[in-house]
Design a protein around this ligand. Structure first.
Ligand SMILES: NC(=O)CC[C@H](N)C(=O)O
Length: 380
C-alpha cells in the first residue's frame, strides 16, 4: 500500500454508503456512474475508452499502474470521470512505459481513490446495480456529496455520444501495427475498401483493426445524415461503440433506419453501434443491473463455437422486441443469455455487443473484421 498520507478521500454512493481511502491522480471531486471492470490488464485502454465517458471505474484487479503508460495504447483523448483501485503502483516498469501512471492521471485531470475494499464495493454494485457516486478529496460532508449526486442525471436517457464524437470528418491514418496486424500484409496488394465510420465515441483500436483488414476509413460525426454518408460512395459502413444510453442517440437510430432500409451497403456495428441497429429495427434496449465490463465473457450460440470476448456495456437489446422476420440472433452472452450478436435476414448487415478489436482482451473475435471485408468483397 502507498500509505503516503492520512486517509484523505472518500467515495459516497447514492444510497449513502461511504468508503474512506486515499486520493491519487488529480485532487478534487468528481461524480458519475460507479461501475466495475474485471479485466486483469489494459488499464490505459480502459481509462481512455470513450464508452466510459461519464463513469467512474472500479478496477477489481488489486493493483494497477505497474506497467506505466505508453504513447500507443490510449484509445482516445477522452477519459473516465474517475477511478477507484485497491492499490496503485508508483513504480512503473515496462519496456514500453514512457510515463508514470499517477503523473499521467494528474496531467489528464483524472481523480483517483485507492485503499478501499474494492471487493466489498463490487458486491454492493452487483446486488444493488450500478449507481451514481462521488469521489472526493475535498472536505465534503455526506449531505453535500448526496446533493451533488442528486443533481447528477442517471445514465438512463443520456445521449453522451454527441459529446465525444468528432465534430468534423477526417480520414483515419493507422497508428500502431503489431504482429497481430498480419492481415495488413495480406491486403496490401488489393484495392482498399472505402469505409465510412460513424463516430459515437470510437476507439482508436477499432479504426486500426479496420485499417489492418484493408480498409480506408473516413470518420463522420454522430449526427451525419443519410445523404452525407452516401455522398462518399462507401463500400461499407461502420457504426461505432460509444457512451450513454443507446435509446437517446436519435440521430444515429434514424440514420441506421435509413441505411438498413436502403440495405445495399454492408454494415457492421460494435456495442453502441449494435444497440443502435437493434433500435433502428424496431427493437428496444434496457439497462442491465451492473453491466458487463471485462475480458473473459463467453459468447456464442452453442458449445462448439464459443468466443471469449472483451466487453464494456451497461445496456442490452431486448430479444423479445426484435422481429424474427427481420433479424437473427447470432450470439448470446453465455453468462446471462443476453443478446450479443445480430445479423439481418437477406441484408449484408451484422453487429456484436462485444469488442472484437480486443483492446484490451482476447483476439477470438477478430474474424468479424474479416467477415465485414468479405461482405464488401462480395459486393465488388
Ligand atoms: N462500449 C459501448 O459502446 C457501450 C454502449 C452503451 N453505452 C452501453 O453502456 O451499453
Amino acid at each position: 500500500m502507498n500509505h503516503l498520507f492520512k486517509k484523505n478521500a472518500k467515495l459516497v454512493l447514492s444510497n449513502g454508503i461511504t468508503f474512506t481511502g486515499y486520493s491519487f491522480g488529480a485532487m478534487g471531486s468528481t461524480v458519475g456512474e460507479i461501475v466495475f471492470n474485471t479485466g486483469m490488464t489494459g488499464y490505459q485502454e480502459v481509462i481512455s475508452d470513450p464508452s466510459y465517458f461519464g463513469q467512474i471505474i472500479t478496477f477489481t484487479y488489486p493493483e494497477i499502474g505497474n506497467t506505466g503508460i505508453n504513447f500507443e495504447d490510449s484509445e482516445s483523448d477522452n477519459s473516465v470521470r474517475g477511478i477507484i483501485v485497491r492499490n496503485f503502483s508508483n513504480n512503473n516498469s515496462n519496456w514500453r512505459s514512457k510515463l508514470n501512471f499517477n503523473q499521467w492521471l494528474i496531467e489528464k485531470n483524472i481523480i483517483g481513490l485507492y485503499g478501499i475494499d474494492t471487493r466489498a464495493l463490487v458486491k454492493i454494485l452487483r446486488s444493488n446495480g450500478s449507481m451514481n457516486g462521488v469521489i472526493t478529496s475535498e472536505k465534503n460532508d455526506l449531505d453535500s456529496c448526496l446533493e451533488i449526486i442528486s443533481n447528477t442525471p442517471n445514465m438512463q436517457g443520456l445521449n453522451l455520444a454527441k459529446d465525444v464524437s468528432t465534430k468534423k470528418n477526417y480520414i483515419f491514418k493507422a497508428t500502431t501495427m503489431t504482429d497481430f496486424d498480419v492481415r495488413e500484409k495480406i491486403h496490401k496488394n488489393i484495392n482498399k475498401f472505402r469505409v465510412v465510420a460513424i463516430d459515437f465515441g470510437i476507439k482508436k483500436s477499432i479504426l486500426n483493426r479496420l485499417a489492418s483488414h484493408g480498409c480506408e476509413i473516413l470518420v463522420l460525426p454522430s449526427n451525419s445524415s443519410f445523404e452525407d454518408v452516401l455522398s462518399h460512395d462507401p463500400d461499407g459502413i461502420f457504426f461505432s461503440n460509444g457512451p450513454g444510453d443507446p435509446s437517446s442517440v436519435l440521430d444515429g437510430i434514424n440514420l441506421a433506419k435509413l441505411l438498413i432500409n436502403y440495405g445495399k451497403i454492408p454494415m457492421f456495428g460494435i456495442c453502441l453501434g449494435h444497440q443502435i441497429f437493434g433500435l433502428a429495427l424496431g427493437g428496444k434496449t434496457y439497462k442491465l443491473p451492473f453491466g458487463h465490463r471485462g475480458l473473459n465473457h463467453p459468447c456464442g450460440m452453442n458449445n462448439n463455437n464459443i468466443e471469449i470476448t472483451s466487453q464494456n456495456h451497461g445496456f442490452a437489446i431486448d430479444p423479445n422486441s426484435l422481429s424474427t422476420e427481420l433479424v437473427e440472433i447470432t450470439h448470446l452472452n453465455l453468462n446471462d443469455k443476453t443478446v450479443a450478436g445480430l445479423k439481418l435476414i437477406n441484408k449484408p448487415i451484422f453487429s456484436v455487443q462485444y469488442h472484437p478489436e480486443a483492446s484490451p482482451g482476447p483476439h477470438d473475435s477478430d474474424y468479424l473484421f474479416e467477415k465485414f471485408v468479405s461482405l464488401m468483397l462480395e459486393r465488388c
